[in-house]
Each structure stands twice: as structure tokens, then as C-alpha cells.
Design a protein around this ligand. Structure first.
Ligand code: SF4
Length: 208
């Protein structure tokens, strides 16, 4: 099954799904439509965006006009709609909003993509990030709580380490899940910051 076919399997005609902050519909006439979930009750007045390029540009900025470095941050702007009949084109448009997110879910659900434990990701870091791997479990939990849960829509699928048992995420019937299978650069840089902060606290500059 291609990715576009998987999308149609998860979003059959006459149905709708939540995909992060996006509300997806597959109308009875075959039209695939997406808009911000805040606009789900109202089509009137929405700006039609009819290409991946237009959607990518829209997703670059938040409501204050500031750049959105993390595309799954919960600050996608509303006021737009996109629709087309072709599922491959529709997938490209969703990818412009949430790059690679649908493919990640599809591979995870199929069992062909396993999450990378946080410690494996951190242990691979080099240069200024190489110390990030020495985080404690408490720091890892802080990253999940303060960086991920507060600033990102993704549901974490990775364990802290390969020894930690994790259960596979299940898809809620009305959702296409937005999941995280490997810690991103924001989490890695937060790990480094916490390690450095703990080191500096334990080794204050000597007074001479
Ligand atoms: S590590 Fe994953 S869940 Fe956490 S902020 Fe990055 S992308 Fe989001």
C-alpha cells in the first residue's frame, strides 16, 4: 500500500480525522479537505491555499509573525483551507504543514519503524552536544515534561533507554497520530543545557 493509499484507508469517504491542529475531511464526492481545527465549524472567509508551497509558507510563521522552527509546535495559524481530489497531492500538502509526520505514523503502525531510545540519540551526538548523553533519568523526564509536553504536539513513542519497556502507541479512532520516534534537536540541546547546568553547579569557579 502506498502512503497515499494508507491515508485514504485511515480517512475514508464521509469521514473526518484530527491530525495535530489540522482537521481533515474526506467528502462523499471524493474531495479531501484540510483546515485548522479552530475553523472546523466555519468555511466562510477562509483563505484557499492550493499548493504545498503556499501551505509551507503559511506554516513557517505563527500568529505574531514569528518563525516557527518546530513545525509540530502548537501554534499553527488558522484562517486557511486546502482541498483537492488527488490523495498524493493531498499528502504533499499535509507534509508541507507537518513534514514527514504522516509517514512516521504509517511506518510505526506497520511495525517497520522502531523508535530510537533517547539515550541512543544523545550518545550519537558530537561536538558541543557530546556531553548531552550524561543526563540523568530525572533530567530526561524534565525534558519530556517541559520541552516536549509544553511546546510540541507530538506524542513521545521513544523510551529513555533501550532497557525501559514501552508499550506501542495505539491510534485513537478519530485521530491520525502525530508521534515522535526520535528526540529532535530541541530536546538534544535541552539535554546539553541541563547537563551543563548541573556540572556548573557542582563545580563552581574557585575563589582566589
Ligand atoms: S523530542 Fe519530539 S516530542 Fe519532544 S519537542 Fe522534539 S519533536 Fe517534539
Amino acid at each position: 500500500m502506498t502512503l497515499a493509499e494508507t491515508l485514504i484507508h485511515l480517512l475514508p469517504r464521509g469521514d473526518s480525522r484530527r491530525f495535530g491542529e489540522v482537521f481533515l475531511e474526506h467528502l462523499e464526492d471524493g474531495t479531501l479537505r484540510a483546515r485548522h481545527r479552530h475553523d472546523r465549524m466555519e468555511l466562510e472567509g477562509l483563505e484557499e491555499l492550493s499548493s504545498p508551497q503556499e501551505l509551507r509558507e503559511m506554516a513557517k510563521w505563527d500568529t505574531k509573525g514569528e518563525y516557527r522552527p518546530l513545525k509540530t509546535a502548537p501554534n499553527l495559524i488558522s484562517g486557511w483551507v486546502t482541498s483537492c481530489q488527488d490523495s498524493s497531492e493531498f499528502l504533499k500538502r499535509l507534509d508541507a504543514i507537518y513534514p514527514g509526520v504522516f509517514a512516521t505514523w504509517a511506518a510505526y503502525e506497520k511495525g517497520t519503524h522502531d523508535p530510537t531510545p533517547l539515550r541512543d540519540t544523545l550518545d550519537r551526538q558530537t561536538g558541543m552536544y557530546r556531553f548531552a548523553g550524561s543526563i540523568t533519568d530525572q533530567m530526561a523526564n524534565e525534558i519530556m515534561r517541559e520541552t516536549c509536553a509544553k511546546g510540541c504536539l507530538r506524542t513521545i513513542a521513544w523510551p529513555i533507554s533501550s532497557e525501559c519497556p514501552t508499550s506501542r502507541l495505539k491510534r485513537p479512532p478519530q485521530d491520525i497520530p502525530v508521534i515522535c520516534t526520535e528526540a529532535c534537536t530541541f530536546a538534544v540541546s535541552e539535554a546539553r543545557r541541563l547537563v551543563k547546568e548541573a556540572y556548573d553547579k557542582a563545580n563552581p569557579p574557585s575563589e582566589s
